[in-house]
Design a protein around this ligand. Structure first.
Ligand code: SF4
Length: 363
């Protein structure tokens, strides 16, 4: 642990002073401009004197062992457990938020757990987790803590996973993603109107992040789109999203279409029917994307991985459970030898669908 007290405010990075005396946070495209004592929209970054600080360093809403498939990541250490945690706050304002109790929380409401980066890495080793995931709320807003945890994890031989909306400023991208072995980036819709109306964000910034991660980092990338009936699930929009992914990221970036459940400020909406997810998967496959998955429904076909060389089932899945394995030790198809892109070990993990809360000692 660096000489930083856990549970403390720490100096934030990525901000600059303005001529009118305010400080502008450059961590995300919102570019909050803060007077003394003010907090940014994410609530966890604040101006204290002539600095912007992160107010939640070392504090968490709790720890849990999850299946890696739940992040969702299907081409990254399949079948293994991931030690998952989040903090509080968020830099988007999605009306359909599926983790609103955390993302909308004020720090003192939710952050009962404290843990140093080394304690988290040690807990991952002791519990057998192959990776640690920054999830539940967006790790971009607690970058300084996430980067320190990632460094401790790497020292301990544990990989790192960001589950993020990709709403991050250009200056902060290199440091953030250099610390992450894998990322699942939410592409929440494919119109600026959707981002503006439902998230008060910007589609272009997220597309820039996706291109950056794919082409300028070593981070393994998968994408998730939560399909919301009547909002972002039209065939036209799914087709446009898929064509953009194919043209800008290539055919091998896995795409997950997942089901919306009524939540937060969109409780009067119906859940996404399985037929919508299956339609989206077909559209994306027709465009040329090779690894397209459905999520949050029971669909063994839509959740399994197939060989692009011979169509053999490479990784069978039933929900979060691995049911068959057809990869050799190099991560190639055992039948035809075609490479399956991703990060694989010689055999899958055996964690299954379990979810196990975990106590992590403070230091
Ligand atoms: S990280 Fe927070 S304070 Fe900084 S620009 Fe984004 S919302 Fe504002």
């Amino acid at each position: 642990m660096k000489n930083i007290g856990i549970g403390a405010s720490v100096p934030g990075r990525y901000w600059h002073g303005l001529a009118d005396g305010r400080l502008q946070c450059d961590l995300c495209p919102r570019e909050c401009k803060l007077q003394e004592g003010q907090r940014g929209l994410c609530f966890v970054r604040a101006r204290e004197g002539n600095h912007i600080v992160l107010t939640t360093y070392g504090r968490s809403s709790g720890f849990c062992l999850d299946p890696i498939e739940k992040k969702p990541l299907n081409h990254f250490l399949p079948g293994t457990s991931v030690l998952s945690f989040g903090t509080a706050g968020c830099n988007l304002t999605c009306k359909f938020c599926q983790n609103w109790d955390i993302s909308k929380a004020r720090a003192d409401d939710r952050l009962q757990s404290q843990a140093s980066p080394e304690a988290i890495a040690q807990a991952a080793v002791e519990s057998g987790a192959r990776s640690v995931a920054f999830t539940y709320n967006d790790p971009v807003i607690f970058l300084e803590y996430a980067v320190d945890v990632a460094a401790a994890c790497r020292d301990a031989g544990v990989k790192t996973v960001a589950v993020t909306a990709g709403y991050i400023g250009e200056a902060a991208r290199p440091e953030f993603f250099a610390a992450m072995d894998a990322a699942n980036v939410d592409l929440k819709g494919f119109t600026q109107d959707f981002y503006r109306k439902l998230c008060t964000g910007s589609l272009g910034a997220v597309l820039d992040t996706l291109s950056y991660v794919k082409h300028e980092t070593k981070t393994w990338l998968e994408i998730t789109t939560l399909l919301i009936p009547g909002e972002n699930d039209s065939s036209q929009e799914v087709s446009a999203l898929s064509e953009w992914a194919m043209g800008n990221l290539g055919p091998d970036v896995p795409v997950h279409f997942t089901a919306f459940h009524p939540d937060w400020k969109m409780r009067d909406m119906a859940p996404t029917p399985p037929s919508t997810l299956k339609r989206a998967r077909r559209i994306a496959q027709d465009v040329g994307l090779r690894y397209v998955y459905t999520g949050n429904i029971h669909d063994e076909t839509g959740q399994s991985t197939y060989c692009q060389g011979c169509s053999a089932c490479l990784i069978g899945r039933d929900g979060y459970t691995i049911t068959s394995w057809g990869l050799d030790v190099q991560g190639c198809c055992s039948d035809c030898g075609a490479l399956c892109p991703g990060i694989f070990e010689s055999s899958p993990g055996r964690w299954g669908a379990r979810r196990a809360p975990l106590i992590v000692a403070a230091a």
